[in-house]
Design a protein around this ligand. Structure first.
Ligand code: ATP
Length: 314
């Protein structure tokens, strides 16, 4: 793995503060298989880390505390249910150190937006506290802890573009050209609960109203080895999109704005309601962003690029 593993060898505990930046993820391909007996769906996904970031700062402290600013203030609980606190306890238990730190979250990734912001925060916390506490655990050990916290957390440690299988927690890097892909990200009002979106897909499949599931990710993987964004655009797909649109029909209008403005692809990110649009280049991205802003349909619109590194100090 070439991305995101260059701060593994920090020796010993730091006195802090340790600041870690972590990206949001989108799914270039999200193939949802049948519901398994353990309650998870079998997934085949291609993750892609984009330049929309949260930041977790860790300082030495006598207890474990969490403060925050930005997206979700007043909505996101900062207690033991927060993935940041859960990540801290999980790391402390594995490393056999006391769970003591002052943590601060600067949040840009919207809550329940389909961008895995909570998972990103958990990954950032593992990296920050690993350094603050000097645990000496490697990325692979951190990835094992990450998988216990959530399906998307291991990927956000590594970043880049990666294949996810199982329920998304088993990640391996994808052979891709060192290309920069340009995206426009449209945030919506309110979140969508991931379990609800999966439930809606199950319901639609049982009723025979869901679109046919995606084929393999072969076309996408071959598009990632080329340079042509139009080829990549044609290969993107998300089995959760129909379910997200069924729960939030207005998102179809947002996707339509992107299509009409010439996006190479317009799709729902993960379980939504964030929508992402592929641009030919940065200038085209600026045009798409402008059209989406002028539509008045989005809470916020941001240009981004990928792939970027996973959780990293600095
Ligand atoms: P995914 O695509 O992984 O399902 P998402 O982007 O739709 O994620 P998140 O913002 O990651 O949604 O989180 C969903 C829920 O997780 C939130 O509504 C919140 O209740 C809980 N949560 C716990 N800790 C956090 C955190 N640090 N940031 C965001 N959500 C958190």
């Amino acid at each position: 793995w070439t991305l995101g593993d260059d701060d593994d060898d920090l020796a010993g505990a730091l006195s802090g503060p340790v600041r870690v930046r972590v990206p949001a993820k989108i799914n270039l391909h999200l193939g949802v298989g049948p519901l398994r007996s353990d309650g998870y769906h079998e997934l085949h996904t291609v993750y892609h880390a984009i330049s929309v970031y949260d930041e977790v700062t860790a300082r030495a402290g006598d207890t474990l505390s969490l403060t925050m600013q930005g997206e979700g203030v007043g909505e996101l609980e900062l207690d033991d249910s927060n993935l940041i606190i859960r990540a801290a306890h999980a790391l402390a238990a594995t490393a056999k150190v006391p769970a003591q730190a002052r943590l601060h979250l600067r949040k840009t990734i919207p809550l329940a937006g389909g961008l895995a912001g909570g998972s990103a925060d958990a990954a950032a916390t593992l990296v920050a506290l690993d350094a603050l506490w000097g645990t000496g655990l490697g990325r692979d050990e951190l990835a094992r802890i990450a998988a216990t916290l959530g399906s998307d957390v291991p990927f956000l440690l590594y970043g880049g573009t990666a294949l996810g299988t199982g329920h998304g927690e088993a990640v391996s890097p994808v052979l891709a050209r060192a290309n920069r892909w340009h995206w426009v990200v449209a945030f919506a009002d309110g979140g969508l609960s991931t379990p609800r979106v999966y439930g809606e897909l199950d319901r639609m499949r049982a009723a025979g109203t869901a679109p046919a599931p995606l084929n393999s990710s072969d076309d996408l993987l071959s598009a990632l080895r080329q340079r042509d964004p139009a080829v990549l655009g044609a290969a993107l797909g998300n089995d959760l999109q129909a379910a997200a649109l069924s729960l939030r029909p207005a998102l179809a209008d947002t996707l339509d704005v992107g299509d009409k403005a010439g996006a190479l692809a317009s799709l729902v990110s993960g379980s939504g309601p964030t929508c992402v649009f592929l641009a030919r280049d940065e200038a085209h991205g600026a045009d798409l962003a402008q059209a989406l802003r002028e539509s008045g349909l989005c809470r916020g619109v941001q240009q981004a690029y990928g792939a970027v590194h996973g959780a990293r100090i600095g």
